[in-house]
Ligand binder design. Structure first.
Ligand code: HEM
Length: 382
């Protein structure tokens, strides 16, 4: 009899830095494996994860469909299913399509230049707090057409929300996560009540009634875009740079194309887990999944499934096709993938070209986050 998986191991620092040996063990047992500890299915197979992500009829984000009471403050793009989800998604998508990406790229470059000039005054500096976080905060707020909150206030609050996403493993993070989310909602509410500049947010607010999107749902959804956009994009700059700096300078590529960024995000994307609730009895990867059970897709594991990716543990910069799941798939697929790729190719392109011999100055300390991987600090020297 094989041992049941021990999900608490995901919190060990070595596993946070490299969870793939553990993912491989689980996958070897079954691509869809029951964990009796957290009472959820662990999906590490690519095809199985793809099926569940695409099939919102069977695997829901809106847990009211399995009888879980959801307060209005939680209803958003992220927690609704089609058709309610489709309306708010279209409204926001329209806003994303209207963004001038050339202008956004100039904003990213200008801010990056400023941040590197300041950071470069030190021989060794922390890339997380001096570059990744301020750069992403500027980019996401510009994208949304919102004023930029103060980094010292916003970042800890935002990290507390991410900690709350791991409450099934760290129950003590649940309450602070809820409180932090309320605080962020209050900020977005105040902003919506103020005189907003022309942009994605003001446009969405104006068009919401015609699109039949409730104001509360729109407010929560804008909070989600701000939070998800900031966290995932800034954490990817960190996990991506760490991966690149582990390659000796003479073999290190300049990651400045969409293709190369996509390979980096397949290999080192920050979002490791996305969960759904099963709405009706079904079969996934030969397992009987029952109504009401939770299914957790391990995107990092699926992205290295050898049945889909040749040499999955090797970075192949010209990998084609590269149908990774780092940005999700199906109705809830990432709304900001294009922006995330733009930011990453700009940052890695500039760093790789100007500082080809940049190096790690200390071993990084991972944040204890299983759902969205990240580092407390990443000390580097240019
Ligand atoms: C490298 C950076 C990023 C990664 C790896 C990433 C990853 C993901 C993933 C895996 C999902 C799917 C969630 C699910 O299926 O439940 C998602 C959804 C989402 N992402 Fe991203 N993301 C990134 C950057 C961004 C950015 C920059 C923005 C906004 C500016 C953004 C906004 C969103 C939103 C709003 C959703 C929810 C969409 C929905 O539920 O319909 N993301 N992202």
């Amino acid at each position: 009899m094989t041992e049941p998986p021990d999900v608490m191991r995901l919190l060990e620092p070595d596993v946070l830095l490299d969870p793939h040996p553990l993912y491989r063990q689980w996958h070897a047992q079954a691509p869809v494996l029951w964990d009796p500890g957290i009472e959820a299915w662990l999906v590490t197979g690519y095809e199985e994860a793809l099926t569940a992500l695409r099939d919102a009829e069977t695997f829901c984000q809106d847990w009211r469909r399995i009888g879980v009471d959801t307060p209005p403050s939680l209803l958003s793009l992220q927690t609704l299913d089609p058709p309610e989800h489709t309306r708010v998604r279209h409204l926001l998508l329209e806003g994303f399509k209207a963004v001038d990406l050339g202008e956004l790229e100039r904003t990213v470059r200008a801010r990056l230049d400023e941040l590197l000039a300041t950071a470069g005054e030190f021989e060794i500096f922390d890339f997380v707090s001096r570059v990744a976080e301020p750069l992403t905060l500027r980019t996401v707020t510009r994208l949304l057409g919102l004023p930029e909150p103060e980094q010292g206030w916003f970042v800890p609050l935002s990290n507390t929300i991410v900690d709350g996403m791991d409450a099934s493993l760290r129950p003590e993070c649940y309450e602070p996560g809820v409180a932090a989310r309320s605080e962020l909602t209050a900020l977005v509410r105040d902003l919506l009540d103020s005189d907003l500049p022309e942009g994605l947010t003001s446009r969405a607010v104006e068009r919401a009634p015609a699109a039949d999107v409730d104001r509360e749902v729109l407010l929560n959804s804008l909070r989600v875009v701000l939070q998800a956009g900031f966290q995932t994009a800034s954490r990817f700059l960190v996990t991506g740079l760490l991966t690149l700096l582990r390659i000796p300078p003479e073999q290190r590529p300049v990651v400045a194309t969409d293709k190369a960024v996509n390979e980096l995000v397949r290999y080192a994307g920050p979002v490791h887990v996305e969960s759904r609730a099963c709405v009706r009895d079904t079969v996934l990867g030969e397992q009987k999944v029952r109504k009401g059970e939770i299914v957790s897709m391990f995107l990092g594991a699926a992205n290295r499934d050898p049945a889909v990716f040749a040499a999955p543990d090797t970075l192949r910069w010209d990998r084609t096709p590269n149908r990774h799941l780092a940005f999700g798939r199906g109705p809830h697929a990432c709304l900001g993938a294009q922006v995330a790729v733009l930011v990453a190719r700009t940052v890695f392109g500039v760093l790789g070209t100007r500082h080809p011999r940049a190096r790690l100055a200390a071993e990084p300390v991972p944040r204890p986050n299983v759902t969205e991987h990240g580092m407390h600090r990443l000390e580097i020297a240019l």
